[in-house]
Design a protein around this ligand. Sequence first.
Ligand SMILES: [Fe+2]
Ligand SMILES: [Fe+2]
Length: 284
Amino acid sequence: MSHAKGMDRTSRTLQVRQLKIDFSHGFSRRWLGGDAFRTQLFNAQSFSFPIGEQYFIDSVRAALPLLTDEALKAEVKGFIGQEASHRHLHTQFNAQLNAQGLSYLIEPFVSWRVRSAARLSVKSNLAITMAYEHFTAIFSDACLSETSWIADAEEPLKTLWTWHSIEETEHKSVAFDVYHAIGGGYVARIAWFIYVSLLFAFDTTVQTLHCLYRAGELFKPATWWQGLRYCLRPRGLIWFTLPHYLAYFKPGFKPWDRDNLHLTTHWLTEQAGNYRALGRPTES
Ligand SMILES: [Fe+2]
Ligand SMILES: [Fe+2]
């Protein structure tokens, strides 16, 4: 698939949606299929979103003055709108996690990294952002296509994670397209991807273990049996993500090589009453 086609994909589909969701009644401590391991792995991801997605927003926004392509600028605005709404709802979700006794242990480390990244070039911050966006795109792909990931989540969390996965899929190429539009190259893309891979693995492991500990699930054999099953089953954490992870190393890699936009259409049609479309920045 050509680069131009990848950009066409996003410009047709980017839309900011306000999700009608209410966390005020809380949710159970094993909201993901009664599975402590998966629940805390997803909770760990959610803790990272408010800081992480603000960093992604700032990274692409910094590139706006360098862009000449109006269609790409519109995509950046759509990306910013979508990530801002994700931050907003995950902040509410995380407040409920705090109420359950969970906390974002690694927040000081992550905040320090974000502050340090201010010294990097626009291009380097975009390379970091698109690496994280690749991880997000893989997780979103799995959530939308594999029943063993979030299909058994309780509501309204199934709606939250499905909506987030859909929008991550829609905008998975934006940071990549901006990076290349301002002259980003292969070597830096891969170097920052390796850096992000190590951090992502460290952050996810430490924060998930901390959540399991605070939830009183860390030392239960059943938790680790659930974790092993989720990681090792066909189409589970390792075997689903590995080929998509490795694809990023191909010199000609494009996010839309994996053309999975069809995964979003059913939910968007069926759940149209559960969100308010705020317009398409790409058409403004
Ligand atoms: Fe997001
Ligand atoms: Fe994203």
